[in-house]
Design a binder for this molecule. Sequence first.
Ligand code: NAD
Length: 479
Amino acid sequence: MSETVTAKAAKAAHYSFFEGVERNFDKAATHTRFEKGILEQIKACNSVLRMKFPVRIGDKIEVVEAYRVQHSHHKLPCKGGIRYSMDVNQDEVMALAALMTYKCAIVNVPFGGAKGGIRINPKNYTPFELEKITRRYASELVKKNFIGPGIDVPAPDYGTGAREMSWIADTYASLRPGEIDALGCVTGKPVSQGGVRGRTEATGLGVFYGVRELCNTADDMKKLGLPTGVEGKKVIVQGLGNVGYHAAKFFYEAGSLIVGLAEYEGGIYNENGLDLEAVVAHRKATGSILNFPGATNINNSLETLEQPCDILIPAALENVINASNADRIQARIIGEGANGPLTPEADEILLAKGVIIVPDMYLNAGGVTVSYFEWLKNLSHVRFGRMDKRFSENQNNAILNSVEALTGKKVTDIERRQLLHGPDEVDLVYSGLEDTMIGSYHEIREAMLKHNMTDMRTAAFIVAIDKVGVAYEELGIFP
Ligand code: NAD
């Protein structure tokens, strides 16, 4: 399978987005051992809730159309974001819910996939009106038993954020008085409302961990003719938003050279590396990344992606690498930070050139992984690190004192502080995310080797189908 699943690609090929997901599934499924019935069950959307509800906006009543789709109940709760957009329709929500099932399986997050959407342009409403719409949507979900910490746990997506998640949590809690786990009904909340530290940067950090693991795998680097490690590697990032900025920041801090950055107003390139924070400050001051001192301007932003580099991270939009520009891409590694940045044609052209494409379904799963940690925190009613931080510090102190007494040598104050430090919540979240991204990388890599394929996207799909298929078999629902 070399097709990427994107809404636009599916439309251009005259099949729906959901059918596109099914086509990719079918291609990968030929490499799995499951009987037809199980494959049909994995593919199907288990529950679709379509609702229309009235909301008073100003002096008029508006009828709002909204959805929640639970694609798979093989693990509960279901999980997936809620988007506010005029493009929301049943097919899109079904396709995105299906992709969530496979994404969760790839990164071993024990949830079924789901997705929700409200067909509105959030820019057309005041915060007060948005709150009314969101709270009504949440109460519709409660009414139909489509939300709850053990049922279905939404999260932010396009057009929604921590504010909307707060409204949802509050609506749920007020309709379910006394439910002690109520805060676990939604993730992506502000830290003051039960959110978890490290959620904001999670997707970008996951992108970094995933690509770093590829770069640390000597055999994979040998195939590309590159040295191991991310240090010194030249990176271009498209999109300086949540995913792109954080991915770039972590590469920069690990010693990679950020040679190119692309935003909608244009791109900049400097083969000796750009100072990321200085670029961000320059953009804030001037309104543009262009004319950054020492860098070459690229007025056609898309051409930034074609400049020399080792690693390219598209982290902005869909379909930016396609049949028209794929053969000019010079990167040896493409890490899909965005959803669907490569078209099926681009996939084929780049795979033929021996480029390694790290697929979105795996690489941008940091957000859902840390959402899982937030849900665990809500169910356990305790901040990560609260019980063991001080214990670890006392233990480390005792060990260090013994080592110093035995050797007669003293560490420096800085070293002492580093060695004694017990884990805070954010340390544990980063550590859990790092372990997840490394573990899943190797699961996908093993599938590639087993099936003798170079296409990591297909291998990721195979890994997902294998896990969901085994879960259905072991549920014993097919006696
Ligand atoms: P964002 O809105 O924070 O950032 C997108 C950035 O891309 C913005 O800075 C925007 O100015 C820039 N951009 C817009 N048009 C551009 C163009 N033509 N050329 C270059 N840059 C352009 O969004 P985000 O949350 O960072 O999401 C980016 C992508 O990552 C999306 O595809 C999203 O679905 C995917 N994603 C995000 C998350 C998450 O946790 N935020 C998780 C998984 C996947």
